[in-house]
Design a protein around this ligand. Structure first.
Ligand SMILES: [Zn+2]
Length: 331
């Protein structure tokens, strides 16, 4: 385990230093002992007899705590998610780049864990004091999983490039200064040029959830109209991918007006964002006009890359029937 894992751990540690801020100490020790994995400043304890991915995964998680527990050092009672969640995000990013078959940027396990507790109705808000969650289950899922989703999903809102730069900026501005949740989101506002207080109001200070759906579709022989509906109480910017029958894909991006800004750069297909008029955050529905008739459209998907923690993905997709039905409505 030690032999096989050493090179991977060193590469992972370097990844953390490059992407989340430069590790400021001359040494880091990995010591066999304890009852699982446990972080300490400049050291982790880890139990033996593990397969290489388990060894590397646990060490990288405990090592990433050097950034969020050690160097940034948020108050663990008030903001446990800014340590465990951010640490899980960082070690996940490092881990996914080290192992063949892993997808960089994949945080789906954390999304599924968060969506699971929402489904069970046991979720408690991220701003709960660590000692005062009703269950350990709610504490753990909030701190580790929802905290990780918080960052991955923020990447959807402001763009991955801004998230990456923002995390380095956060480290540089706040190392050794005990930042709060407001301090963090303020750095991301500086980085993205967007107003983001609403993101914390909903995703940290409440248990309101996200669910967007396609509620209606109609077409004439020149163009089509899609009605999108916000069914969840948390508003988000919305991405809609339209796949045409010739196989080409067009990504529409609908910013949220309270962001007072929008993503720039390229979409997932390397094209500039096809940016639409803002969705006014209080409105429950939005009409997207498409310059194609139904006969040219194969399917329409909201958030096809699953950047948002949408609680019901079933209603995100609409497949246009071959017979070009002109009006589709669903409850
Ligand atoms: Zn941890």
């Amino acid at each position: 385990m030690w032999k096989d894992g050493t090179d991977l751990v060193q590469r992972g540690f370097q990844y953390l230093s490059d992407h989340f801020g430069k590790y400021p100490y001359p040494q880091y020790s990995i010591v066999q002992g304890g009852d699982g994995g446990m972080e300490y400043p400049m050291m982790t304890l880890i139990t033996g007899n593990r397969k290489t991915p388990s060894y590397v995964g646990v060490v990288l998680h405990e090592a990433a705590h050097s950034w969020y527990q050690g160097i940034l050092a948020t108050n663990e009672a008030l903001y446990p998610w800014m340590d465990e969640g951010f640490t899980s995000y960082a070690s996940g990013e490092a881990f996914n780049t080290l192992f063949a078959g892993r997808i960089p940027g994949d945080h789906s396990q954390a999304y599924n864990s968060y969506l699971g507790i929402v489904e069970e109705g046991k979720e408690e808000a991220l701003d709960t004091h660590a000692d005062h969650y009703v269950t350990n289950y709610a504490y753990g899922t909030a701190s580790y999983s929802k905290g990780e989703v918080y960052l991955a999903q923020l990447g959807y809102v402001i763009g991955k490039e801004n998230l990456d730069k923002g995390l380095l900026r956060y480290f540089d501005m706040w190392k050794f200064k005990h930042p709060t949740a407001d301090d963090f989101i303020h750095v991301m506002e500086l980085q993205s040029g967007m107003v983001l207080d609403w993101y914390n109001e909903y995703f940290v200070n409440s248990t309101k959830t996200i669910d967007y759906s396609i509620s209606a579709f109609s077409s004439n022989d020149k163009n089509a109209s899609v009605t999108l509906e916000r069914k969840g109480l948390m508003p988000m910017p919305v991405e809609v991918e339209v796949t045409l029958k010739d196989g080409s894909r067009v990504m529409y991006y609908i910013p949220l007006d309270i962001m007072r800004g929008e993503k720039t750069g390229k979409d997932y297909n390397g094209q500039s964002w096809n940016t639409q008029a803002d969705w006014k955050w209080v409105n429950e529905s939005y009409t997207l006009q498409l310059p194609y008739p139904a006969s040219q459209i194969a399917e329409i998907n909201i958030d096809p890359f699953e950047g948002t923690a949408d609680t019901d993905r079933e209603n995100n997709q609409l497949i246009i029937p071959a017979e070009n039905t002109m009006i589709i409505k669903r409850d």
